[in-house]
Write a protein that binds this ligand. Structure first.
Ligand code: C2E
Ligand code: MG
Ligand code: MG
Ligand code: MG
Length: 276
């Protein structure tokens, strides 16, 4: 009897895995065509400067609407894009469209806007990443300082490769921030060695900041650490006024989260954040 049950469980597990696999393969097929079909868009989420209370920069977040599946979350398709290598062409699409967006704002007389772009470790393995970024900056005649690159701690592991690459991006004039700080490979050694501008405290610490003393302590310490190293510190995932107040009190420079705004399309962003 036990054996039978085990078997039933096993079969259930297997068919579940199969459908998961089928879904991933189907999604991959659709994702391959997503760029050409114009199914990708960028939404933007403001990062509020606590001194001015105004948006200082915007994070570009990829959105995918497929005709068959509807909206698919980046949490689902970015890992597929990374595993299949599709992230390189998708990532280049993101870079180009962010540059295009900056130019379109510049053309409307909106200057000094900065967009933060997420860059996957896989994109860093692509030898012409730096020259591609440079060519897009030239093509759209934008200031390199209007671009910020968000990297994750994963790429820090490979110091020999990463340091010169980041150095080149810095030399171009881009800003570099560490996304999801404190969750992956938090060797403090890299904070010393890498040419960084900003630390983004991961939202998992922010979530319980008001109720969990450990999260509060970790967050305050990251802010202190960042400030001592001359880095800008930003908190993400801020949903409540009290969380924002805690962070401002602790000396955080910038705040990003649903409390101020969800990621929104550029037209809405112009209405809400760029009209004076
Ligand atoms: P991330 O870079 O850490 O982005 C922050 C995520 O938190 C976004 O999810 C954003 O919508 C969400 N978020 C912002 N404020 C709040 C809040 O107050 N509460 C909660 N619960 N969530 C909040 P999203 O857009 O689903 O993106 C998920 C992840 O997908 C991103 O995490 C990033 O790692 C990746 N991703 C998104 N766009 C791109 C892209 O263009 N390129 C690459 N390589 N990765 C991307
Ligand atoms: Mg990010
Ligand atoms: Mg993050
Ligand atoms: Mg993330």
């Amino acid at each position: 009897r036990v054996k039978e049950r085990g078997r039933a469980h096993y079969q259930f597990y297997r068919s579940d895995m199969n459908s998961l696999f089928t879904n991933i393969v189907t999604l991959e097929t659709h994702l391959r065509r997503a760029i050409d079909r114009g199914e990708l868009t960028l939404y933007y989420q403001p990062q509020i400067d606590v001194r001015t209370g105004k948006a200082a920069s915007f994070e570009a977040l990829l959105r995918w609407k497929n005709t068959e599946f509807g909206w698919i979350s980046p949490g689902v398709f970015i890992p597929i894009a990374e595993d299949t290598g599709l992230i390189v062409s998708i990532g280049n699409w993101v870079i180009e469209n962010a540059c295009k967006q900056i130019k379109s704002w510049n053309d409307k007389g909106i200057m000094g806007i900065r967009i933060a772009i997420n860059i996957s470790p896989k994109q860093f393995q692509q030898p012409n990443l730096v020259s591609f970024i440079q060519s897009m900056i030239n093509k759209y005649s934008i200031q390199p300082t209007s671009l910020e690159i968000e990297i994750t701690e994963g790429i820090m592991r490979d110091m020999k490769e990463t340091i010169p690459l980041l150095r080149k991006l810095k030399d171009l004039g881009l800003l570099i921030s560490v996304d999801d700080f404190g969750t992956e490979y938090s060797s403090l050694n890299y904070l010393k060695r890498f040419p960084l501008d900003c630390l983004k405290i991961d939202q998992s610490f922010i979530k319980e900041i008001l109720d969990d003393d450990k999260d509060a302590a970790i967050t305050s310490t990251i802010i202190h650490l960042g400030r001592s190293l001359g880095l800008e510190v930003i908190a993400e995932g801020v949903e409540r006024k009290e969380q924002a107040e805690f962070l401002i009190q602790a000396g955080c420079h910038k705040i990003q989260g649903f409390y101020y705004s969800e990621p929104i399309p550029p037209a809405l962003l112009e209405d809400r954040f760029l009209t004076f």
